[in-house]
Design a protein around this ligand. Structure first.
Ligand SMILES: [Ca+2]
Ligand SMILES: [Ca+2]
Length: 409
């Protein structure tokens, strides 16, 4: 995790004043309590503040370090190692608890490293955010058809060049930051899907032929048309609203087109309009669950069917509580039987089943692997709670997002 290492090094060079440290620590506490997430700049500030708090115990006025005790080398070394240890411990805790988004881009995707200023305004003067953003990636402008002019950038040394703020630049930046796909040659938006040659386990080419519809995060290519002459167009899908008949709307984020960076296209019989030729689909996309869902089964009491319900913990884990049926007499709440911060609510799948035939419904649950496949484990129903049994199944060729377990609510 090189990003984490850089943060530690910088924190060791800076020692802010006490009021600043206190403010930053209070701010960090509020942010953690409220949002359960920290941006990288926030993490840096917190490390600096913690670092300063430690130094403050031994440092003095006048800016000299360690004057109160004798400034012998071993003491300095001890304090320095304590600072580094504290920083590493804090980083480890934040990273492993999922509070710091390092690889997976969500709302806290960091600004591109090659930018100076928001929308690279210090390098490309007059640049501004258009308003549209998705997963923390912003649409910027003005594009060449909006009064701007092409400004060549390279995302990293040796990268294929992109022009700010053409439509292609946005989707190349999105694919690079979210999926780790290196920029590649696509002279027009119409070429983005066709010219993709990366791994199909990261993005898969789909033709707009009425077979399937895209999911949020997919990359659209529009063929050349009256609406999009010569070069066609390209955009990032941000939301999909399609009914059972395959009719609805796909909303997307774009550059060098609408003033606010948003756009949408009608869908009829699972076919997108506006000369869309196809899209690059993220096969690992998982539909976020609704806030609460129920699990049917006989969880307690007699053989009457009860239900359990799962709720999202503030940190992203899963809680499951149980209601017992009392027949005609109503229901009795049995309490929260599972509090699992390690089971991700948004992606885990629970399958109720009485695995041991004792009449009480147990719970299998599956959690996805980042590179594909999933783990399935078993929770045994004791009549008053769930206890972990063991891993049961670890398929590597099945994708949890495209696998359904029957029966399932
Ligand atoms: Ca029951
Ligand atoms: Ca059972």
């Amino acid at each position: 995790m090189p990003e984490c290492g850089e943060v530690v090094n910088m924190a060791n060079r800076i020692n802010p004043s006490r009021p600043v440290r206190a403010s930053v620590l209070v701010y960090a506490g509020l942010r953690l309590a409220k949002a359960n997430s920290l941006t990288r700049p926030e993490l840096l500030l917190i490390l600096i503040a913690v670092h300063g708090t430690y130094l403050g115990r031994s440092s003095t006025k006048g800016g000299k370090m360690f004057p109160r005790g004798r400034p012998d080398k071993s003491r300095r070394a001890r304090i320095r190692s304590r600072i580094i240890g504290l920083g590493l411990a804090l980083l480890t805790a934040l990273c492993t608890s999922g509070l710091v988004g390092i690889s997976q881009a969500h709302a806290d995707t960091p600004l591109p490293s090659w930018w100076s200023g928001n929308c690279d305004a210090n390098n490309n003067s007059g640049s501004v955010p258009l308003g549209a953003s998705y997963n923390g990636v912003e649409a910027c402008g003005p594009g060449p058809t909006q009064g701007g002019s092409d400004h060549l950038v390279h995302f990293y040394t040796g990268a294929f060049g992109e022009y700010e703020w053409e439509c292609v630049e946005l989707v190349m930046r999105y694919m690079y930051q979210v999926y780790g796909v290196a920029p590649y040659s696509a002279p027009g938006g119409k070429d983005v899907v066709n010219n993709y040659s990366g791994s199909t386990s990261v993005l898969t080419k789909v033709t707009n032929d009425g077979t399937t519809t895209p999911t949020p995060g997919d990359i659209l290519s529009f063929a050349a048309s009256t609406n999009h002459p010569v070069y066609g167009h390209t955009a990032v899908v941000t939301s999909v609203s399609i009914n059972a008949s395959g009719n609805g709307t796909v909303t997307y984020m774009q550059q060098n087109a609408s003033a606010d960076g948003w756009g949408n296209v009608s869908v009829t019989a699972k076919t997108l309009g506006d000369s869309i030729s196809g899209w690059l689909h993220n096969p690992n996309y998982v539909q976020p669950k609704s806030v609460t869902y129920t699990l049917p089964g006989n969880f307690s009491g007699n053989s009457d069917q009860d239900f359990a319900y799962a709720t999202r913990e503030s940190g992203g884990g899963t809680d499951i509580a149980v209601w017992q049926s009392n027949g005609d007499s109503g229901m009795t709440w049995q309490g929260t039987w599972l509090q699992a911060s390690s089971i991700p609510f948004d992606t885990a799948v629970f399958i109720p089943a009485d695995y041991n035939g004792d009449g009480l419904t147990d719970l299998y649950y599956a959690t996805p692997h980042s590179g594909g496949g999933f783990d399935m484990a078993l929770l045994k129903n004791t009549g008053s709670g769930f206890t972990y049994v063991s891993q049961q199944w670890n398929p590597t060729s099945l994708n949890l997002s495209t696998t359904r377990f029957l029966p399932q609510s």
